[in-house]
Write a protein that binds this ligand. Sequence first.
Ligand SMILES: Nc1ncnc2c1ncn2[C@@H]1O[C@H](COP(=O)(O)OP(=O)(O)O)[C@@H](O)[C@H]1O
Ligand SMILES: [Mg+2]
Length: 493
Amino acid sequence: MNTVDTTLEKATKASFEGAARAIKLVNDSNTVTVCWYRQVIGTMTATENGLVWNGYDTPEMEKFFGEFLPTRESDGMPQFLVNIMPENTVFEKLGIESQVDYLSSGLRFPSNTLVSGNSPFDLPFSNDYLTANLADHTDEQGVFTGSYQGKPPKSLEEDALAEELSTIWKNRYVPRYSGAEMKIPVTLQEQGELQKAISTPFTHFLKLPNEGLKEGWGVNEWMCMQLCEATGLPTAKHALIEIDDRLPPAYITERFDINDESKRGVTRRMMQDFCTLAGMRPLNDMHADSHKEGKSAGSLESCAKTLRKFSSDPQGDVESLFKRALVSFTVGDEDMHRKNISMIFRYDVQTGQMIDGKMSPAYDITAEIHKRNENIAMTLPMGNKKNNIKLKTLMSCAKSMGIPEDRASEIIEDTMTKIAARAVEIANNPPELAVKTDMCKFTVHRIASIAVARTKAMGFETPEWENVDPVKMPATRSGQEAAPINMAAFKLG
Ligand SMILES: Nc1ncnc2c1ncn2[C@@H]1O[C@H](COP(=O)(O)OP(=O)(O)O)[C@@H](O)[C@H]1O
Ligand SMILES: [Mg+2]
C-alpha cells in the first residue's frame, strides 16, 4: 500500500467519527457554523423551510458578505451559501439530495469556506493554499511533467467511474465543489507529485475523461484552454496529464480561488459565480422559472450589467467577459452558463476591507466536436441570438454591453484570429499525448476545424487548414461505433 492509500485509510476512519459528531450537532441544535479562512461568518439553522441565516458574527464579516456581496433578501444569508447544492451524480450515488444532507456530509467548500456543527475547530489541517505551481511542472507544449501518485480509475465508463469516485466522497474531509464532470481534488507537491487532496491542501482539479464520445474530453478542455490563453485573456493555469499509459489523457487545472503561501494570513479570496452574483438559484428545478433563474437564464448582456455592479474595473472586466464569450463562440463551446463564469473578490485581513473584485480567470471551456458547426449554440444569448451568430450580432451585443464600436471590432478580430492561428498550430504540431488515440486526434482536428470555420465566416484571415467534419468520427477505444445519438444528423450533410 502506498502512502496515499495509508493517508486515505486513516482519514476515512477519522472522518466517520467526525461526520457522526457533526451530524449529531446538527441534529441537537439544528445549527451549523460557517467559517471563512477559520473566521466565523455566521450560523445557519435547518428549519422545515430549509436553512435560515441567523446573522453575521462580526461587523467585518457583515460588511464584506452582507453589504458588498449578494445576499438573500428574506434573511441576509450570503447568496453563495443559498446556492451551495449537490450537482454531481456522485452525490446522487451517496444518497445526498438535499442541501442540508450535502452540507452536513462535507466540511470543505470553495474558497476556504468551512461548514460544520463545530467549525472552526473541526479541520485538523490547514486551509487550502498553493503548495507548488503547475507551471513549474508543465513542459513547453503544455503537458504535465510531474507524477500522479494515485491509482488510476478501474474504468472510465461514466457510471462505474461515478461509483468508484463516490467512495472518496464518503470522507467528509474531501472538498466539495460544483460541476457535472468527474473530477478529483488533488494536491500538487513541490517536486511535482500529485496526490488526492484528503488531509492535504486542495490545490488542483483533476478532470477525467469518460469512455466513448467523451474519450477525448481531457484533450478537448486542454486545447480550448490553450486557445483561450492565446487570446491574452487571463486563463486558469492548466496542463494535459497522463494518469496511466493505458488511458486517454486527463486535464488538470490550478485553483485560482486560493492564494499561494506568501499571502497566507495577509489576503483571502472569495469566488462568486454569475448565478450567485445575480441572486439567482442555479438549478432548473421543477419550481424554478428558467427564464428568470437557473444557470442558463438571461443573456451575456445581463451578466455584463451584474458585472458592472460588482467590479473594481467595470470597463476592463466587461471587455474580458465579452472576450470570454468570443472564446466559447469560436471554439464551439455550448457550456458557457452562469456557473462557468465567476468573479474573485479579495479581502485584506489586516484592515478587514475588500481589496477588489474582478472577473476570474477563464475555466471550463470545451468544444462540441460531435455536432455540426451550424448546430452548436451559445448557452447565454449574445445580441438576442444563441445560434447563427454573425459579425453584426457580436457588434450589437458589444454595444449593449457598453463597449465602443471600434474597440469591439478590434477585440472580435484579434480574439478570433488568435484562436484560429493557435488551433492550427496545435493541430499541426500536437504534443504526442494529445493525439494518443484516434478519438483524441479527431478532437484536436475538430476543434481546429470549428475555430477556422467560425473565424473565416466573419471574414477574418485564417491559416490553411483542411476541414474535418463530425462525420469522420473514429470508433472509440473500446471498439464500439461512437455517437449513436448524433450519427443520423451527421449523415444528413
Ligand atoms: N481553476 C479553478 N479554480 C477555482 N475554481 C474552479 C477552477 N475550475 C473550476 N472551478 C470551480 O469548480 C466548479 C466545477 O469545475 P468545472 O471545471 O466547471 O467542472 P464541470 O465541467 O464539471 O462543470 C466550477 O464551476 C468552479 O466553481
Ligand atoms: Mg462547469
